[in-house]
Design a protein around this ligand. Structure first.
Ligand code: PRP
Ligand code: URA
Length: 212
């Protein structure tokens, strides 16, 4: 069974409280979402494998560490996942970026795919699928379907990263993809009758892009 990790670093928790505030501006919301994305991936990647390499400093030749293992890709779920990408790419600039576009049908709450474009060597990479919100889990599951079912990606190569998760979404995602680890900055109380996370932070996409 996968891990569910609440990344409780004080800086992340502080910034998350700021974006929950309904009075936080679009500009601040966008900046903070990127910063939290970066801090989360910094924490999540502490297990990345390293290898020994030789390097010549101005003084001597020495053996030091370099990243080894799979190359990485960040897969934002459009739109709101885009809000986390710049922060993550600042940290791992060599990572590729794939996109999966989904929206929630507001009546049925079902995720509908409208776009998908991934690096051609997607099966060889370690993937971070990112979306600020894990509510019913429908969007996350549809994004993983686009990778695992449609493109033969091994679910063990995937980590799902969000800012706020509802227990319902965590349960649904774990049931659909038991091999995918879930990292969230907060595990909130519940979903309301409209599928919003409570206490949550509202509609992440609208708050990042200023569309409401
Ligand atoms: C939001 C959010 C997630 C999804 C979560 O996206 O960014 O993708 O809802 O809800 P779920 O777990 O119930 O599927 P939305 O569909 O509002 O689209 P947007 O990112 O374009 O705003
Ligand atoms: N999507 C959001 O953006 N916010 C929620 O609370 C639930 C789904």
């Amino acid at each position: 069974m996968s891990k569910v990790v609440v990344v409780d670093h004080p800086l992340i928790q502080h910034k998350l409280t700021m974006i929950r505030d309904k009075n936080t501006s679009t500009k601040q919301f966008r900046e903070l979402t990127n910063e939290i994305g970066m801090l989360m991936v910094y924490d999540i990647t502490r297990d990345l494998p390293l290898k020994d390499v030789e390097v010549e400093t101005p003084l001597v030749k020495t053996t030091q560490k370099q990243l080894a293992g799979k190359k990485m890709a960040v897969i934002p779920i459009l739109r709101a996942g885009l809000g986390m990408v710049d922060g993550i790419i600042d940290l791992v600039p060599a990572a590729r970026i794939g996109h999966v576009g989904l929206y929630r049908d507001e009546e049925t709450l079902e995720a509908v795919e409208y776009f998908a474009k991934f690096p051609q060597d997607i099966q060889e990479r370690r993937l971070f699928v990112v979306d600020p919100m894990l509510a019913t889990g429908g969007s996350a599951i549809a994004a993983l379907d686009a990778l695992v079912k449609k493109r033969d990606v091994n679910p063990e190569n995937i980590t799902f990263v969000c800012l706020v998760a509802a227990p319902e979404g965590v349960e649904a995602l774990q049931e659909a993809y038991p091999d995918v680890d879930i990292y969230t900055a907060a595990l909130d109380e519940k979903l309301n009758e409209s599928g919003y996370i409570v206490p949550g932070l509202g509609d992440a996409g609208d708050r990042i892009f200023g569309t409401k």
